[in-house]
Design a protein around this ligand. Sequence first.
Ligand code: ADP
Ligand code: SF4
Ligand code: MG
Length: 319
Amino acid sequence: MTSPLVEFTQVSVTYGRGVRALHDVSLCIAKGEILGLVGESGSGKTTLCRVLVGLTVPSSGKVTLGGKSVSDCLREQPLAFRRRVQMLLQDAVASLSPRMPIGRILAEPIAIHHLPEAPTRERLRGILERLGLSADVLAKFPHQISGGQARRVGVARALLMQPELIIADEPTAGLDVSVQGELLNLLLDLHREFGLTYLLVSHNLNVIRRVTTRTAVMYLGQIVEEAPTASLFVRPAHPYAAALVSTNPAVDPARRAHRIVLQGEIPSGVSPPTGCRFHTRCPVAQPGCAHEEPALRDLGEGRRVRCHHPYTLPLRSFP
Ligand SMILES: Nc1ncnc2c1ncn2[C@@H]1O[C@H](COP(=O)(O)OP(=O)(O)O)[C@@H](O)[C@H]1O
Ligand code: SF4
Ligand SMILES: [Mg+2]
């Protein structure tokens, strides 16, 4: 990998009351890459995004952007950092100030970031056109526009900053399937046009499969597998990743027969299971798994897995 744009090194986050939302997370995002992040609700995906934008401070470990720590970037050049890294939020409507018309919301950063007025407005016009947002949207207030439009306004606001990195936390959640498709095509076009780097969090495995180049799978605050997306979906190595991938309705019917259904809920982050955190639900756990925590091992071909007994066969061949 060329020098990464983003690098997490052994990052842990503990919230009040002892919830360990991230535990020893190491991860790189290369410039120009679309990295997918998947995992059950509560696995720490949003926390990872928040650490990257500097909204949550890690309890230990280090996160860098372009080789410089996020905390240093924020301290030394807060405005520049807030331009370089843009986060598209899950709740797009709530992220827009309710009492301002869209036009003012979009114009606000021009003053805050001292962007050159005329060229920026010109660029905004281009972006709105590109996003299929007509000029009459500008006069409306956030509650007067649809969820899909709010999502686009969020994208327009982010793009206006000419960011290097866009973090999209469930950007298509709650949208109609057709609007979802449009938004994804748009993100892909923008990726091609501007060479942007994305971190894309989604519950929707079809979205991940279609859009991302590499995927990281999280379970209970840890990355348990990281692999090129295409090979992850054919040959997941971690039992949790395999279970997740096997539930993807788009997998071919022969493989659907091998759907792996996990028992139980994700355990509490306050007192996670000893040894391998997945051992309480793992269909192939061995006695040692409850005692010895597996390290994230490199299996070659861009694949890293945190398991003592990773699968080596394609999903189709599972028992
Ligand atoms: N502000 C917070 N205070 C305390 N616990 C939190 C807070 N935010 C998230 N958590 C907990 O941290 C864990 C990870 O949450 P989150 O990062 O939101 O996961 P995901 O986005 O994968 O659903 C969960 O157990 C969640 O309840
Ligand atoms: S280490 Fe053991 S319990 Fe954990 S995922 Fe691997 S086989 Fe399952
Ligand atoms: Mg989340």
